[in-house]
Design a protein around this ligand. Structure first.
Ligand code: HSE
Length: 304
């Protein structure tokens, strides 16, 4: 019937906790093959999550589809679908957001709802809980979003220029967002809050004006990464944030979303920096692999 091509994302970009996010050129492809009777779902998974996502009753696409139907007062049907997943699970690259975006898009498409972009994004954010993965996932580029639990405001900024790549170094251990949120403090010193407001603001202004030399400063963070670094084994989280950040070939580095993937923005050739990132994971006794990606201008796409 139709196929959805949905990008990975990296949320927070250091200073922009729960606010900033960027699409990455790594994709999950979801194909809806046939409508089935009410509440009958069939799925076939290949690639990432092949052993974890096969039960349609637990599949995030099905859950999201049902939730979106409820939100719009639609009687849900069933469907047969296939997921071909390239985005690793529970690694901070927005794999669950690809499923949330897909589920809401499927509800909109199957039931001919023709909902506006703003309404689709509102429901996606309501289901995901924060906007910094779903908004760039659906829209592409870099996005700035504000969510108060009811209203969503967002602005899309252009993609990174072609000469800047994003290395995503992905370890073989998982971090669940829930755990990575629990480790955060209830309150932060006022000066740290001011630090992040000013750095995230510089980042957005610099991004909008193409002043890429300000990315490093703009991505500096004092709210969450220092706490989340503790979830990495053997002190390697702190090492990433200091050693990798201070390399001359690294423009800026950050924990991707709630981790444990680390991203680094690099100018031109990425091999040496990517290997240095994976070496740090090895020092913490974790195997890892890396992707060299870019930030696509286009987000989720539909093919008939
Ligand atoms: N902003 C969220 C967090 C993203 O860092 O917890 C989680 O995917």
């Amino acid at each position: 019937m139709f196929r959805l091509k949905i990008p990975a994302t990296t949320a927070n970009l250091g200073s922009g906790f729960d606010t900033l996010g960027m699409a990455l050129s790594l994709y999950n492809i979801f194909e809806v093959k046939k409508i089935l009777p009410e509440n009958i779902f069939k799925c076939k998974i290949s690639g990432e999550g092949i052993d974890q996502l096969n039960d349609p009753d637990k599949n995030m696409i099905v859950k999201t589809y049902k939730r979106a139907c409820k939100e719009w007062n639609l009687n849900f049907t069933g469907f047969d679908f296939e997921s071909c997943n390239a985005v690793p699970l529970n690694r901070g690259l927005g794999s669950s957001s690809t499923a949330v975006v897909a589920g809401v898009m499927i509800a909109n498409l199957i039931h001919n709802q023709n909902k506006s972009e703003a309404e689709l994004l509102r429901v996606m954010t309501l289901i995901e809980g924060h906007p910094d993965n779903v908004v760039p996932c659906y829209l592409g580029g870099m996005t700035v979003s504000c969510w108060d639990g009811e209203n969503l405001r967002y602005v899309k900024l252009p993609a990174l220029p072609n000469n800047l790549n994003v290395i995503a170094a992905v370890p073989d251990f998982e971090v669940h967002t829930e755990d990575a949120r629990k480790i955060l403090p209830e309150s932060v010193p006022f000066k740290d809050a001011v630090f992040n407001v000013s750095h995230a603001s510089i980042l957005c202004a610099a991004w909008a004006m193409g002043k890429w030399n300000l990315l490093r400063v703009g991505m500096e963070d004092r709210l969450h990464q220092i706490h989340r670094a503790k979830l990495f084994p053997g002190g390697i989280g702190e090492k990433f944030l200091t050693e990798i950040q201070s390399r001359p070939d690294c423009i800026a580095t950050a924990i991707s979303g709630s981790g444990p993937t680390m991203i680094a923005i690099v100018h031109g050739s990425a091999g040496n920096l990517a290997r240095a990132m994976c070496k740090i994971f090895t020092e913490g006794d974790s195997a890892s692999h890396f992707f060299v990606l870019n930030c696509p201008e286009t987000g989720a796409e539909i093919y008939y």
